[in-house]
Design a protein around this ligand. Structure first.
Ligand code: PMV
Length: 332
């Protein structure tokens, strides 16, 4: 009854961050966010619903998923089963093209690929917007890995807003701007505090109200400069935005510190390089690794400078990536 389907999706780096939910159960965010898909960081996932299975089988990077991951995938499959009106269990194999020990988040690419492969395997013909809405409920940032290129995720935070109003859509195709994300891996450790816990704690930061009231101005400025392909115009706002996410985390109760000493060293160096004329700006996820945004012509220079740091363990360079898509390279 099921069509075995394989999908591939990119991770994404947020320029305006998602941090905190308006509705935690449905993962409806507190604010609009902006991102760039990363073509160097992808997840490939194969899904098949099989009548003979007594429970869902989940394999990630060739190993059986741990209980936490299995539960989260099962919940996501339940969403798809409810839409397709089926109760069959599924076999899911998923693989990242980047080493899982980079400390880089994979939930965006993972839930985007799982949503597309799972929907098709269940016989659902969902459009991009519907896929984004379903992906969002698995991991918020996954909503942004469904469309291609540079993406905005609309929050929908009115009291009357419904889940189907919070979805991501393309702002610009990936080839519209030759931007590069040069990622300095400063720690390969898995995060001590996952983003779901971080979102849940954001209301305990005394600075949340301030952030939410100021954010629309920043959002519109970054969005405008992104569409103008003006890195200088959006760069310092992006840096302030990244720091603000971490300020909220650090002032939550209990506080969450994601930075490592090398995080600060790289951030300082980027500011210094800029004073010397190199147009480079950093941003951060909920982790210690530093994403340095540059135009393509500067990517090699920045990558080789970052490699000279004793505590930078690896450097990954990524361009803007496409949206979630199906292919024939089944993993089982
Ligand atoms: O999708 P989640 O729950 O892993 O949250 C992502 C949170 C950040 O990466 C820190 C910000 C973002 O917008 O991607």
């Amino acid at each position: 009854m099921s069509n075995k389907t394989t999908a591939i999706a990119c991770s994404n780096i947020a320029l305006i961050k998602y941090w905190g939910n308006f509705d935690a159960r449905l993962r409806m965010p507190l604010n609009d966010s902006l991102s760039m898909n990363l073509d160097a960081l992808t997840t490939q996932t194969t899904v098949e619903f099989e009548d003979a299975l007594e429970q869902d089988v989940v394999v990630v990077n060739d190993a059986a998923a741990d209980e936490k991951t299995w539960n989260r995938v099962r919940e996501h499959l339940d969403r798809l089963r409810a839409l397709a009106k089926i109760s069959t269990h599924a076999r899911v194999h998923s693989r990242n093209n980047f080493p899982s020990a980079t400390g880089l988040a994979s939930s965006a690419s993972a839930f985007a690929a799982l949503t597309l492969a799972g929907a098709r395997a269940a016989g659902l013909a969902l459009e991009e917007r519907a896929l984004s809405i379903v992906a969002r409920q698995g991991s918020g940032s996954a909503a942004r890995s469904i469309p291609s290129g540079f993406v905005e995720w609309l929050a929908a935070t009115n009291v009357t807003s419904t889940s189907d109003q919070s979805y991501a859509r393309q702002l610009m195709p990936p080839d519209a701007w030759d931007l590069r994300d040069v990622i300095a891996i400063v720690s390969r450790d898995a995060k001590k505090v996952g983003s779901s816990e971080g979102h849940a704690l954001v209301n305990t930061s005394p600075f949340l109200g301030e952030r939410i009231s100021r954010l629309p101005t920043r959002y519109h400025r970054v969005r405008r400069e992104l569409l103008n392909k003006n890195l200088k115009g959006m760069g310092t706002e992006i840096e302030a935005e990244a720091i603000e996410l971490h300020l909220l985390a650090m002032t939550s109760r209990p506080p969450i510190f994601y930075w490592a000493p090398a995080t600060v060293r790289v951030m300082d160096a980027v500011r210094q390089w800029r004073e010397e004329g190199l147009q480079a700006y950093y941003t951060l996820d909920a982790g210690p690794n530093v994403h340095v945004l540059v135009e393509a012509k500067d990517a090699d220079e920045v990558a080789s400078r970052l490699r000279t740091f004793a505590d930078v363990q690896d450097v990954i360079v990524s361009g803007a990536g496409g949206g979630a898509r199906v292919n024939d390279a089944h993993l089982f």
